[in-house]
Design a protein around this ligand. Sequence first.
Ligand SMILES: [Ca+2]
Ligand SMILES: [Ca+2]
Length: 179
Amino acid sequence: MRLIGVLLFAALFSSEVAANLFMKSDMEKRIHNNDDHQCPQLEKRLCPEGVVYLGRCFTFVSQKMDWKSAEAHCQNLAPGSHLASIHCKEQFDIMISIIPKVKEKHITTWIGLNDIKTEGIHVWIDDSPTDFTKWYSGEPNNGGNEDCVQIADKKTIGWNDESCRLKYPFICSQKLSCS
Ligand SMILES: [Ca+2]
Ligand SMILES: [Ca+2]
């Protein structure tokens, strides 16, 4: 009899724990959904001309600048802004989607990758890890001292190192407060 009582108590207790857990996770889900609902609207307002990806606003700037001037332009937009860094294929595809095309080809565009400090060691200007690359075959070739990286659209689309002094449009990346 005592054993049945213990088992009954255990069953009641565990169902109560399960119910609490369910309510908790349900509440977390609702809070999360609420955040999800509000943040994109806020992000869109903070990033009216760009595209939002993982809490950052990426904006294509059509003005042609040398790489260092382009980086200075990005830094002036907001604290922590830089030329864009790219960390996966999905993000690369999104970056391509904001680059305009001329005669079916994307305009050549600076990004934040460079080997200015140490030849052959390519790093992002925003100090994020170099965990993804999309080099054209044969690139980077440092042809005539090329230390800055661009997205170029030839037969396919990929990265090329180029002279930092040449002027191209660029993509700025700005961290948003809602992330
Ligand atoms: Ca180089
Ligand atoms: Ca090159």
